[in-house]
Design a binder for this molecule. Structure first.
Ligand code: UDP
Length: 322
């Protein structure tokens, strides 16, 4: 049997590595491309040596030439946490622009299907709530988050241009806040930060008064939505995320409850342009993909807390190793 072949850029990252697992289990051969700036070899250590898995260390902002057929290219390479893209602003802009162009070029050369990892950040600090795909967003192009938001907006435009002009088979997923095992402990995002702080007995750093909202999706639900989108014929963007919305303060209290921690809550300055509200409208995913999230927040968080507990106990010094 010949296996379909998938290229996943950012395949050693949090989402990319879970996608590698899913596509392998669906019978694909997986070529995982990563420059390991924010991805980690540890995320794919369990796959190395697998017959149908290959790791290629490459920076996708430079062209990638691969021999043989390829059936799909999934472009997941990018710094993705606010802390990362503030520390790596030029790389973030380059991977969203040049990296998307190179990934599209690879897909076009191979006649492959292309799937872009886009983001709820394309909606910026939204003035419409919840956010449907038809909303064009409220993004500050020159603010600190602009490097990520505009790179992803450019990536969407480029993807649609390849679709319209070259007839490439393309898919765009707009990913909302997602959490689970293999997040980097120190990427500064709220889920790993609060869990690590709670486990260490340190104060939970709530930015601002904590009244801003987010809606958290467990990684297995997200990957299932992405796989359904890849297999579908939907060429316009689709939101994938969990509509259960809560304030950051409520989220901090939930982490304290589930970890049994007696950490205090301490407030810090709210980052510039931090979106005040965020909730996906998933009507389109329900209708077009028959998808909706199934993992309860408490369950997903317990799995994630378990992962971070294990990281702390087993390999604290290696946690950030690449
Ligand atoms: N946040 C917080 N404390 C932290 C990290 C984040 O209060 O230590 C807040 C942040 O201001 C934002 C929300 O949690 O309102 C989600 O932040 P995250 O960095 O996870 O991702 P974002 O949704 O902003 O991309």
């Amino acid at each position: 049997m010949t296996r379909p072949i998938a290229v996943i850029t950012g395949g050693a990252g949090f989402l990319g590595s879970h996608l590698c697992d899913r596509l392998l289990s669906e019978g694909y051969r997986v070529l995982c491309v990563d420059n390991l700036i924010t991805g980690r070899r540890a995320n794919i250590a369990h796959l190395e040596g697998e017959e149908h898995f290959e790791f290629i260390r490459h920076d996708i902002t430079r062209p990638l030439h691969l021999d043989g057929p390829i059936d799909c290219v999934l472009h997941f390479a990018s710094p993705a946490s606010p802390r990362d893209y503030l520390e790596l602003p030029i790389q973030t802009l380059k991977v969203g622009s040049l990296g998307t162009h190179n990934s599209l070029g690879l897909a076009k050369a191979k006649g492959a299907r292309f799937l872009l990892a886009s983001t709820s950040e394309t909606y910026g600090d939204p003035l419409v709530h919840p956010q449907p795909e038809t909303y064009w967003g409220n993004v500050n192009p020159v603010g600190p988050r602009g490097v990520y938001d505009e790179a992803k907006r450019f990536a969407e435009a480029m993807t649609m241009a390849y679709h319209r002009y070259h007839g490439l088979e393309t898919r765009i997923v707009r990913i909302f806040n997602t959490y689970g095992p293999r997040m980097r402990g120190h990427d500064g995002r709220v889920v790993p930060s609060f869990i690590q702080q709670a486990l260490a007995g340190e104060p939970l750093t709530v930015f601002g008064d904590g009244s801003q909202t987010r809606s958290f999706c467990y990684v297995s639900d997200l990957v299932d939505g992405i796989y359904r989108l890849l297999c579908s014929s939907v060429t316009t963007p689709v939101n994938i995320g969990n509509p259960r919305e809560m304030t950051v303060l409520e989220f901090a209290q939930k982490i304290l409850e589930l970890t049994g921690s007696s950490s205090e809550i301490s407030h810090r300055e709210l980052p510039v342009d931090d979106p005040k509200i965020r909730q996906p409208d998933i009507t389109k995913a329900r209708r077009e993909l028959g998808w909706e999230p199934t993992v309860e927040l408490d369950h997903g968080l317990r799995e994630t807390i378990h992962y971070f507990r294990h990281q702390r106990d087993a390999v604290p010094a290696l946690e950030e190793s690449r």
